[in-house]
Design a protein around this ligand. Structure first.
Ligand code: T3D
Length: 263
């Protein structure tokens, strides 16, 4: 498949997926969804990809669904948004969350609607200082989707989640960092370089183990202490059988730099 609305490349273990419909603030139409799905399939199938970096072109990150595709004429049947969510948005955030490698999101500008929640399905979110997050759904009679109602209360608490979702106000990147919605806010001009630096660093690390870390942290949100200890035992068993663990210990003992392979 040739890509029209995204840019996609793989270099030094890092897959870079950049949304590329800047005139529409990278809002999603069907074609862009299909392309993102195809790129994520390539990431999943590749043995070379150790980290995924998601970002976007232009002044915005993503304005959610392209509303031009939802502007029905009076009297016409309402579009089935549930179908769209099942086909596109839910698989997208599921894949980002479940990929067994670190997923970085670099939010380069305004992130609204689904575009504000897709980053929350990623592992490490950097945002440009001028970027902002808007739960725009309430302004058009919708509810936060793409995992927003799951992530928001868990990340910022119920009081702030309700205010964000019901007021649809712009949350600055700085405030998002202070509230714990994202990992870090960086200067605009440095965002891409910082994100690539972080991605390249992680791509040299024991990424199989990093995948197990994300799995265990995700599970902890719904597990009891006992269940979590059992999971830690099981995942540590897997980690302990990895080539990377063997290499990490051997390199430590030999006082040399470890060469991890993500296996
Ligand atoms: O439908 C389903 O499948 C269910 C799933 C739904 C998920 C959702 O995401 S629903 C929520 C959809 N998104 C929104 O409601 C956000 C709409 N956009 C905005 O509120 C504002 O554009 C922003 C706050 C994001 C940015 O404002 P601003 O002032 O910086 O830019 P702008 O002038 O509003 O937008 C720039 C251009 O992008 C403009 O086009 P133009 O006039 O230059 O030709 C605008 O129409 C276009 N644009 C922005 N967002 C969308 C969009 N075009 C289509 N769809 C958009 N979502």
């Amino acid at each position: 498949m040739s890509f029209e609305h995204i840019l996609f490349s793989i270099d030094a273990g890092v897959a870079l997926l950049s949304l590329n419909r800047p005139e529409q603030l990278n809002s999603f139409n069907g074609r862009m969804h299909e392309e993102v799905q195809e790129a994520l399939r390539l990431v999943r199938r590749s043995n070379d990809v150790r980290v995924l970096l998601l970002t976007a072109e232009g002044r915005g990150f993503c304005a959610g669904q392209d509303l031009a595709d939802r502007n029905v004429v009076p009297g016409a049947e309402a579009p089935d948004l549930g179908e769209s969510i099942e086909r596109y948005y839910n698989p997208l955030v599921h894949t980002l969350r479940d990929l067994p490698i670190p997923v970085i999101c670099a939010v380069n500008g305004v992130a609204a609607g689904a575009g504000a929640n897709i980053p929350l399905a990623c592992d490490l979110v950097l945002a440009a200082r001028s970027a902002s997050f808007i739960q725009a759904f309430c302004k058009i009679g919708l509810i936060p989707d793409s995992g927003g109602t799951y992530a928001l209360p868990r990340l910022v608490g119920m009081a702030r989640a309700k205010a964000l979702a019901m007021l649809g106000e712009r949350l600055s990147a700085e405030q998002a960092e202070q509230w714990g919605l994202i990992y870090r806010c960086v200067e605009d001009a440095e965002l891409r370089d910082e994100a690539i630096k972080l991605a390249r660093h992680l791509a040299t690390q024991p990424t199989y183990g990093l995948g197990l870390i994300k799995r265990s942290l995700h599970a902890s949100l719904d597990n009891s202490f006992e269940q979590q200890l059992t999971l830690e035992r099981d995942l540590q068993r897997l980690a302990g059988r990895s080539e990377d663990y063997r290499e990490g210990v051997s390199a430590f003992m030999a006082k040399r730099t470890a060469q991890f392979k993500g296996r």
